[in-house]
Design a protein around this ligand. Structure first.
Ligand SMILES: [Zn+2]
Ligand SMILES: [Zn+2]
Length: 358
């Protein structure tokens, strides 16, 4: 059965915390950008009564509401956590990250470390908001690529701030190498860690000298770094049904991180065929008898297969790749695709792994 693919953005703010646009306006921006799902995550407040389908001119977008939880009294500020699907306020647990993760899991919530690698930007008064409590366990995954964090890292001088405020695509190349390395370390050590990519949209207007610019509008950001979800069930338009489908795809890692701003990623697939069927990204496979891994891309790209964080296969300027993995081989296999955009090779797609074990 063909998979249903849902383009989603899972980290953004409204005036309930420090964002500019309310939920209905965000839904309009998401529909214009062609997203299927948005998940709003205000700081330390779970907003009720706005999660539903929004529709306009024959289009619809599913809006879910979670929360970005962090300890506001902590000095310095660190450890931002995205909580999805808990359907209750959890901010009181923020001072103890492990307690917060446990409390979210107890009520069926999913948890993702927000911008786990987050360099400071002193020029604009932004501090380092990295995740530092790496001793915790039980989180669902991590934000491998946060567009606004990547943008912040480009603001090393007034000249670069101006350049990238008007042309952020010139500086946007890939997730941070440290974020990729941390993800690979965790999965190679046997942990299941689902990678997602998001905007962290606020719609904030910045002023520098006589210039004013919104950095960046929600609609613009919804066309940049997203998470594409894969589901065997199709959405029906029923809120509860489709919400469950989204949360299930996230829990299973049936998703990939997509830089749609470089080229549209819809249709990208990574699968492994074995004697009992076909596994997709996020799945476990018992590799007693060998598997065939397949990559299919909607645009020609440099397709790279990594095992435990190390490149083991590479197909340049291709839309398809096929590789047989011998019986008994184990490891964490994931795919990266890179392509040329504005004259530079960019990280474009980062799939969740297929885990081969015995
Ligand atoms: Zn944050
Ligand atoms: Zn945020």
């Amino acid at each position: 059965m063909p998979l249903t693919e849902l383009a989603a953005n899972l980290h953004m703010h409204t005036p309930y915390s420090d964002g500019e646009s309310y939920h209905a306006e965000i839904a309009e921006a998401a529909m214009r950008a062609g997203l299927d799902v948005v998940l709003v995550t205000d700081h330390n407040v779970w907003v009720q009564g706005v999660a539903r389908y929004y529709a306009h001119d024959g289009q619809r977008v599913l809006m879910l509401v979670g929360e970005e939880v962090h300890d506001q009294t902590r000095q310095p500020q660190k450890n931002h956590l995205l909580v999805y699907g808990a359907e209750r306020e959890l901010a009181r647990h923020a001072p103890q990250p492990q307690e917060l993760l446990n409390a979210a899991a107890d009520v069926g919530g999913l948890t993702f470390l927000a911008h786990p690698v987050d360099p400071p930007a002193p020029l604009v008064g932004e501090t380092d908001l990295s995740w530092v409590s790496w001793e915790v366990t039980g989180f669902t995954g991590m934000e491998l690529w946060n567009y606004m964090t990547s943008f912040k890292a480009l603001l090393t001088s007034r000249a670069s701030a101006l350049r990238y405020a008007y042309n952020p695509e010139l500086g946007m190349t890939a997730p941070f190498a440290e974020a990729l390395a941390q993800w690979d370390r965790l999965t190679t050590a046997g942990r299941r860690v689902v990678a997602i990519g998001n905007s962290d949209a606020h719609g904030t207007e910045y002023r520098m000298g006589g210039l004013r610019r919104v950095v960046f509008p929600y609609e613009f950001l919804f066309r940049q770094v997203n998470t594409h979800l894969l589901s065997e069930a199709a959405p029906t338009g029923d809120y509860a049904h489709d919400r469950a489908l989204v949360l299930e795809a996230l829990a299973q890692g049936h998703c990939f991180v997509a830089y749609d701003g470089a080229a549209l990623t819809r249709g990208f697939r990574f699968s492994a065929t074995h004697e009992r069927g076909t596994a997709i990204m996020g799945d476990d496979v018992n590799n007693k008898n060998g598997v065939t891994m397949q990559v299919a891309s909607p645009a020609a790209a440099s397709l790279r297969l990594l095992r435990n964080g190390v490149e083991v296969g590479r197909w340049d300027n291709q839309t398809h790749a096929l590789v047989h993995i011998a019986a008994g081989e184990t490891g964490v296999y994931r795919v990266e695709a890179h392509l040329l955009f504005n004259g530079r090779l960019r990280g474009w797609v980062y799939t969740n792994p297929i885990y081969l074990h015995l």
